[in-house]
Write a protein that binds this ligand. Structure first.
Ligand code: NAP
Length: 293
């Protein structure tokens, strides 16, 4: 069994991007510039955005943080988005979700210029992804594809079961694994809460991608020997074994599943660290105009 080390791969990708940024600077080119908009004071969102801005600084990107009050109106946010769309210095930007309840998230996502949508949530990017056209891929699925590629995991012709069909993980993941690409070319089954006899599907899977948000839901008896397991879930559960009083659990019962798997992502340290690397890769693509000419 091999552990897929997302922390290591994420750092490798960041080093590769930093080298490229240095080369751009030496040639007097434009430094990639990412902006992040955050509305309100959600602690988790502030932590995520803070980590994204810090990663930009570390690798030499320019970053701009737009911090707005909780009571910002939808109209005011749309105005900010319009400004970012027009700002020629900003290559890409994200609006951190979730937004306060009085703001229609979909309306905001659709107002973002698809050329600057480095989160890959705009319907135009989702559609382009489905059509196998150049597109910004959403961070978590993009990160998983990088892990599969960099660990040279053979996916062609394999049975892949994706558990979960959210717009940010399960659904794009099942599209990507079915595309005629490397990695890809899987026969994909997408399962969700209405799936009957889930175990029948998972027992037939060579690759299982689990994103349902239920700690230790997938157990060894549901899987065959040699399976590749990608565990996306992260749930904070109380623990008397840690100083903080909590620990993070994935959607997979790690110890027993690891004993059966050929490859597995741990939680933490598997898929999670890849999301920042994905955002930085998308921003570099935006600055190089690789997706949209
Ligand atoms: P979500 O929007 O809540 O979606 C969960 C999906 O799981 C839904 O499609 C749901 O089906 C399905 N599901 C629920 N119970 C099920 C069951 N018993 N059997 C089969 N399918 C079931 O969650 P998400 O945003 O995709 O996130 C999933 C997990 O990944 C969470 O723990 C989240 O924290 C984590 N996550 C991690 C990262 C990372 O960077 N590592 C990024 C994003 C999310 P229905 O559609 O029928 O309701």
């Amino acid at each position: 069994m091999a552990i897929i080390d997302g922390k290591l791969i994420s750092l490798q990708i960041q080093d590769e991007i930093a080298l490229e940024v240095n080369a751009i600077k030496e040639k007097g080119g434009k430094v990639p510039h990412l902006a992040a908009v955050i509305v309100g004071n959600d602690g988790a969102s502030e932590t995520y955005v803070g980590a994204k801005v810090k990663a930009c600084d570390k690798i030499g990107f320019k970053s701009t943080l737009v911090k707005l009050e909780e009571n910002t109106t939808e109209q005011e946010l749309l105005h900010i988005v319009e400004g970012l769309n027009k700002d020629a210095d900003i290559d890409g930007y994200i609006v951190q979700l979730p937004l306060p309840k009085h703001i229609n998230e979909q309306k905001i996502v659709e107002a973002i210029d698809p050329k600057k949508d480095v989160d890959g949530f705009h319907p135009q990017n989702v559609g382009r992804m489905a059509l196998n056209l150049p597109a910004y891929l959403p961070a978590t699925p993009y990160g998983i594809m990088q892990l599969l590629e960099r660990y040279k995991i053979d996916t062609a012709g394999k049975n892949c079961v994706v558990i979960g069909r959210s717009h940010i993980v399960g659904s794009p993941m099942s599209i990507l694994m079915a595309r005629n690409t490397v990695p890809g070319n899987c026969t994909v089954t997408m399962c969700h809460s209405r799936t009957k006899n889930l175990k029948e599907f998972t027992l037939n899977a060579d690759i299982v991608i689990v994103a349902l948000g239920k700690p230790e839901f997938v157990t060894a008896d549901m899987l065959k020997d040699g399976v590749v397991v990608i565990d996306v879930g992260i749930t904070r559960v109380p623990s008397d074994q840690t100083k903080s009083g909590f620990k993070l659990l994935g959607d997979v019962k790690y110890d027993e599943v690891a004993a059966k798997a050929s490859y597995i992502t741990p939680v933490p340290g598997g898929v999670g660290p890849m999301t920042i690397a994905s955002l930085l890769m998308n921003t570099l693509k935006a600055s190089k105009k690789e997706i949209y000419l």
